[in-house]
Ligand binder design. Structure first.
Ligand code: SF4
Length: 344
C-alpha cells in the first residue's frame, strides 16, 4: 500500500489494487467489487483505516482487489480474525467478505458468535447457493433437491435462511440486496457502514458457471417487479408491475392484497419498521411461508437496533479493572489464586 492519503479526497480508483481480477467472466462478484469501490470514497474514512478480512472461496479473493489493508485468512475463520483485529484496534473499519459456504458451513459457529457479540464489524456475505471455488458442490443455502457433484440424487438437507439465522443469533443489523441492482447495493453498503455494531448484509450473487440464474426471478426485467419487494423504514409494503399489490398482516401471517380490487387502501398495509424484530423475522421467512401465497422476496434493511458494541464493553471492563485492582501481570491473572503444586 502506498503512503497514507488521510488528507486527500479519495476516488474509486484509489480503492482499486493493481492485482488482476481473477473471477470467471460474468460473475456477480465484479458488480459487488465495483459498488464497494464506488461507496468507500464517499464514506470519508482514511484509506489506511479500512481492513478487509476474508475466509476461503471465490468471494474471499476480495482483499486482493482492494487497495486497503486486508487479510485472506482461513476457511470460516474471517470472523475470528476480524474480531481480534477490532478488539485490539477499535479505530479500524473492519469489513468481512465471505460466501455462503465459508460463513454458514465451515464458519457457522464463528458466524453466530460474531452476531451476538456485536463487534462494530461489517459483514458482506455473497450468497450464490453453491461452492464455486471447489467447482460446484451444494452449499448450506442450496435448495432441497439441488443436484450437484456432491448430491447427484438431489440434496436432502434443509437449507439455511441466512437472514433468519442472523436474526436468531441476535444480529443488530440485517439486510439483503442483489448483485444486479447497483444502486440498491450501494445504499445497503452505506447503511452497513453507518450502523454501529455488527451489520450482516446478504448479497444474492449469480455464479454463472455452477449455479446460473438462481436469482433471475428477482433481477429479470420481466419478473422482478412481481417477485421482489423493496422495504423502506416507515413505508407500506407495496410491489407489483404497477405498484398495485400490497402486503397486509392477518395476525402474524402476511397476505398479498390487490390494491385495485380488494378495497384495502395503502393505509391498511403493513408499514415497515426497522426496529420491529418480530416483523423482521416474518420478512426473513417470506419464502418459507407454506405455499408462499404469492409473496415476493424482500430486499432492504429488515432490522436495525442500537446496542453496545463488544469492543466498547471490553475497553470499559479493562479500564474498570485497572482502576480498581491496578495493573496485574497476565501470568497472575491466568494462574489466579486457585492453583496447586503437586508434590513429587
Ligand atoms: Fe464467480 Fe462462480 Fe466463477 Fe466463482 S465459480 S468466480 S462464484 S462465476
Amino acid at each position: 500500500m502506498s503512503a497514507p492519503l488521510s488528507t486527500e479526497k479519495l476516488t474509486p480508483k484509489d480503492f482499486a489494487s493493481s492485482q488482476e481480477v481473477k473471477w470467471c467472466p460474468g460473475c456477480g462478484d465484479y458488480s459487488i467489487l465495483k459498488q464497494v469501490q464506488t461507496v468507500f470514497p464517499e464514506l470519508e474514512v482514511e484509506r489506511e483505516k479500512f481492513v478487509i478480512v476474508s475466509g476461503i472461496g471465490c468471494s474471499s479473493r476480495f482483499p486482493y482487489y482492494m487497495e486497503t489493508y486486508g487479510m485472506h485468512s482461513i476457511h470460516g475463520r474471517a470472523f475470528a480474525v476480524a474480531s481480534g483485529l477490532k478488539a485490539t484496534n477499535p479505530d479500524l473499519h473492519v469489513w468481512v467478505v465471505t460466501g455462503d459456504g465459508d460463513a454458514l458451513s465451515i464458519g457457522g459457529n464463528h458466524f453466530i458468535h460474531l452476531m451476538r457479540r456485536n463487534f462494530d464489524i461489517k459483514v458482506m456475505m455473497f450468497n450464490n447457493q453453491i461452492y464455486g471455488l471447489t467447482k460446484g458442490q451444494y452449499s448450506p443455502t442450496s435448495e432441497k433437491g439441488k443436484q450437484t457433484k456432491s448430491t447427484p440424487y438431489g440434496s436432502i438437507d434443509e437449507p439455511f435462511n441466512p437472514a433468519e439465522l442472523a436474526l436468531g443469533a441476535k444480529a443488530s443489523f440485517v439486510a439483503r440486496t442483489l448483485d444486479r441492482d447497483p444502486k440498491h447495493m450501494q445504499a445497503m453498503i452505506r447503511r452497513s457502514h453507518e450502523h454501529k455494531g455488527t451489520s450482516f448484509l446478504e448479497i444474492y450473487q449469480n455464479c454463472p458457471v455452477f449455479n446460473d440464474a438462481a436469482f433471475f426471478p428477482f433481477t429479470d426485467r420481466e419478473t422482478r417487479k412481481e417477485e421482489s419487494l423493496f422495504v423502506e423504514d416507515g413505508m407500506p409494503l407495496i410491489f407489483g408491475q404497477n405498484d398495485e399489490k400490497g402486503i397486509k398482516l392477518d395476525g402474524l401471517t402476511p397476505v398479498v392484497v390487490d390494491l385495485n380490487s380488494s378495497g384495502v387502501s395503502r393505509d391498511d398495509l403493513w408499514i415497515h419498521k426497522e426496529g420491529d424484530k418480530t416483523k423482521a423475522g416474518i420478512l426473513a421467512r417470506f419464502f418459507e411461508q407454506p405455499g408462499h401465497h404469492g409473496l415476493p422476496r424482500p430486499f432492504g434493511v429488515f432490522y436495525s437496533e442500537v446496542r453496545a458494541c463488544y469492543e466498547d464493553d471490553l475497553d470499559q471492563q479493562i479500564e474498570h479493572s485497572r482502576n480498581t485492582k491496578g495493573k496485574i501481570p497476565l501470568s497472575k491473572i491466568l494462574s489466579g489464586d486457585r492453583t496447586w503444586v503437586i508434590a513429587d
